[in-house]
Design a protein around this ligand. Sequence first.
Ligand code: UD1
Ligand code: MG
Length: 454
Amino acid sequence: MSRSRFIAIVLAAGEGTRLNSARPKVLHDVALQPMIRHVLDALAPLGPAATAVVIGRDMDDVARAVAPARTAIQWPPRGTADAVKAARSLVADRLAAGNIDTVLVLFGDTPLLRSETLAALLDARRRTPAVAVAVAGMRPAEPAPYGRLVQDRDGALLRIVEAKDASAEEGAIGLCNGGIMAIAGRHLFALLDRIGNDNAKREFYLTDIVASAREAGLACRVTELPAEELLGVNTRAELAEAERLMQQRLRRRALEAGATLVAPETVFLAADTRLGRDVVIEPNVVFGPGVTVAENVRIRAFSHIEGARIAAGAIVGPFARLRPGTDLEEDVHVGNFVEVKASRLGRGVKASHLSYLGDSEIGAATNIGAGTITCNYDGFNKSRTIIGEGAFIGSNTALVAPVTVGNGAYVATGSVVTADVPADALTIARARQVDKPGRAAELRARLKRQRNER
Ligand code: UD1
Ligand code: MG
């Protein structure tokens, strides 16, 4: 017998008017990842038989962000029930095939959902096949904007009232609609077809599926889930709140994975930041997307790191900036006010102060002096700088790319290197110093005379 499975429908066609943004709401980032990706990531471990995402007209960027999930277009956005119906053609075949017991309807604007929580709602419906609709309930600190769950004395769910349509009495109910529902697959579209739009917003509300099910003699139930995870992002303030909660979660995860965060509340992590054991992150460090840090690395205060791989034993910062394509091998030191982009620094390389290393490759154990700049851009083209192993680049050297410095070479301080440096050469590429004995006093006297004549 084939195991029964579920289909997920994620709604993302709303215009997100309350965000006041040119960008679709569900593409706004939380921990530098679009909200809707968080929702899909929470779904993935549960193995839905299919996932359909409902998007609006002109939302190709949302379709790209959710791939390979398939998308259906709802236009115009006439409410959440109407949105689910827009996915009908995508899921009808699967539903008819018979081994789907439940359709899980989610919103793309609840980025804090965890897989365990979704599983709890699915189980609540599956445990009692007579329950046609299982609704995620929550008790948020600020219930004002949410739909309220109206129950009878025995706790059976009677209907859901949207905040805008609620009477004073209904508005006083603390139990709110978390937005996710697990609905019996065989009843879903019949129940949706019975929903009208006689309400404050003239919209077809998914929430009316509860009343619709009751009228059809079907049971509905509430499963209370953590309010924190069901936070719906409709405004910029709620977006900031979701970010705060997500950062707390990511910091906790990093600590549990064996990293030390000296002042956790000052460290900002991306959803995909990976920190190894015994990593130490000093205060005020910001991680952009795509960072992997191996064991025993120290990231010193006020560093900004994105798109970088940092191998074991490296020390970065304070005040370092690692940009995309940075690859630091074991035991590299990158110090204060050093910027690295699209560069691989071999094992034990030291770039301790005030440098820009872009589009470069630097061999093991090479020392980069203070103020070294790879001049990688001439206004039109980007060019590479290749430095061998065990080389020494003197302070304030400009390496005009494309250029190669051989293994073991020694470039004198203040050089402007425009041609390749052979291995083991001592290269001095600067004007020779000229000393004119006694001429300082003479120069001063002349300048003074000139001033007095003016
Ligand atoms: C909705 C619920 C409310 C619940 C809250 C939880 C309804 C009618 N209300 O309100 O009870 O407490 O979520 O966060 O369901 N969408 C479409 N097409 C539409 C309208 C919306 O796809 O025509 C999508 C939106 O993109 C969004 C989701 O559905 O992802 C929810 O819509 P939203 O406008 O945020 O509903 P809320 O007012 O938050
Ligand atoms: Mg919402």
